[in-house]
Design a protein around this ligand. Structure first.
Ligand SMILES: [Ca+2]
Ligand SMILES: [Ca+2]
Ligand SMILES: [Ca+2]
Ligand SMILES: [Ca+2]
Length: 492
């Protein structure tokens, strides 16, 4: 495994040192979290991320990719451009895969070196139905590729385009639904897709789909496989409602509307992506009836002052939530990272934490959204105190070149006895970049560091040659007890 990490690291350095610096990519101004991507997309670029306080656009697609001073000359393969069918498979800036089937041979990232456990959302074939950085069009869906010891082996769970049928959906994923079908008329105006931030109340605006009178309306939400408890909209039978989405991923939304006795449907993808680093943790003994155990997520900054978790170099339940961050008036976890002033990044955190951030006036970085101690898996209202939320730690604007370490602690088994299995998903810029678990954890009958600690991985951000902020993830996967944070930091 370590050899593969080295390969990835070298590829990264080679990429940073290469001569590709597209003239039309670069900083366009100060970072406004949540706005950067949209600003870049409206400027015709394929991506945008905040790096060291600046918003940088990527993927202008008119780069001198081979650095021979001739822009878009013959045979040039532009690794910075949005993927389209080209002559060869590309492995991304860091060399560890890019989730795109660049040569459109239905194999994604074939032959790319990768780090075990690393993942990419993927889509085989022509990327047009699933444009990079955007939700797929129509009924198309990305799958997930997972790096094994044999590299990336196929893209599972994706939904490709199929011939158009009369159903109110865009089956061939070209951005238009039910087009060219004789006798197929729908009164609905159905969106191709939606995008939203995690931990936010997402509006489901039915009036824009159908404004006339109707007999009945039903909203249904379908969650990605990474989400154990799928939330329900605030009022599934109201034309205009909201749904609180806590976890990242690609959801599907379906509206079933009966108009004059006839049933119409509208279904579209909802892509939930956050900024920077977001670590999401779940476990299988969460909630009443499942064991009701308490498992905690920790994120540690590399610090010269301490090599232990459960300190101020560690973001966790006792010092990193809105309700625990600032007992003395100042943040206890101060890693020199600017707070996020756009309160939409944290104001909808469950269990009352969002209201406390609003009172505080900003979303701190890092921050733990919620510490779930007890919950009820049968509750699907995500605003309920009993909702079984994952635990999430965010760093909206992560510094480059500084590693973080992820740890999961089996804090208390309460009255349960037995093992729990924990799962960790690591998102960088809203993209799932590594998936860990199930990891079996045992509880010594005590609390906190006396029980099993799963030291999951180190994560470090950097910007590649195309200017995009991206992360590298080095798996550690060690389980131990005590507050020590394990082996030396990974060298990226
Ligand atoms: Ca391919
Ligand atoms: Ca590829
Ligand atoms: Ca279509
Ligand atoms: Ca259709």
């Amino acid at each position: 495994m370590s050899r593969r990490i080295t390969v990835l690291g070298l590829a990264w350095l080679a990429a940073l040192g290469a001569g590709c610096s597209p003239a039309d990519d670069g900083p366009i101004g100060a970072c406004i979290p949540g706005d950067c991507l949209a600003t870049c997309l409206s400027a015709g670029m394929s991506g945008g991320t905040c790096i060291d306080g600046d918003c940088r656009c990527t993927g202008g697609g008119d780069a001198d990719a081979d650095a021979d001073a001739g822009r878009d000359d013959s045979g040039e393969v532009d690794p910075c451009a949005p993927p389209s069918c080209g002559p060869e498979e590309l492995c991304g800036e860091a060399g560890g895969g890019d989730g795109a089937d660049n040569d459109c041979d239905t194999q994604v990232d074939e032959g790319c070196p990768c780090t075990m456990g690393s993942t990419f959302p993927c889509f085989p074939g022509d990327p047009a139905p699933c444009p990079p950085g955007l939700p797929c069009l129509g009924t198309c869906q990305r799958g997930l590729e997972v790096c094994t010891e044999f590299g990336f082996e196929g893209c599972t769970g994706y939904v490709g385009p199929v011939p158009e049928v009369c159903d109110g959906m865009d089956n061939d994923c070209d951005g238009a639904y039910d087009e060219g079908l004789a006798g197929c008329d729908t009164p609905l105006v159905c969106p191709s897709s939606m995008a939203a931030a995690p931990m936010s109340n997402v509006p489901l605006n039915g009036t824009t789909i159908y404004a006339g009178s109707y007999d009945s309306w039903l909203w249904e939400l379908f969650c990605p496989a990474t989400i154990p408890t799928c939330p329900t909209p605030a009022d599934p039978h109201a034309r205009d409602t909201t749904v609180l989405l806590i976890s990242s991923g690609t959801y599907r939304v379906r509206a079933t509307i009966v108009i004059g006795g006839e049933t119409f449907t509208c279904e579209f993808a909802l892509l939930v992506q956050g900024a920077g680093l977001r670590v999401e943790m779940t476990w299988d003994t969460q909630g009443e009836g499942n064991g009701d155990t308490d498992v905690d997520l920790h994120l540690h900054q590399m610090s010269p002052n301490t090599d232990e978790f459960f300190t101020s170099a560690d973001c966790y339940y006792a010092n990193c939530k809105a309700s625990s961050c600032c007992w003395g008036g100042a943040p206890e976890v101060d890693w020199g990272l600017a707070p996020t002033t756009d309160l939409s990044a944290c104001r909808d955190a469950p269990h009352g934490e969002g209201d406390e951030w609003v009172a505080y006036g900003s979303c701190l970085n890092p921050r733990l959204d919620v510490d779930v101690i007890y919950c009820d898996p049968s509750v699907t209202d995500p605003t309920s105190e009993s909702f079984c939320a994952p635990e999430n730690i965010n760093v909206d604007n992560p510094p480059t070149g500084q590693p973080f370490r992820i740890l999961v602690n089996y804090y208390s088994q309460h009255s349960y006895s037995g093992v729990t299995n924990a799962f960790v998903n690591v998102y960088c810029g809203g993209v799932l970049r590594a998936s860990f678990g199930p990891q079996e954890l045992r509880n010594g009958g005590s609390y906190g560091a006396s029980n099993d600690n799963w030291i999951v991985a180190d994560v470090q951000f950097g910007s590649g040659r195309c200017g995009a902020l991206d992360c590298q993830i080095a798996p550690i996967n060690i389980v131990q007890t005590g507050p020590g944070f394990g082996p030396p930091w990974s060298s990226f």
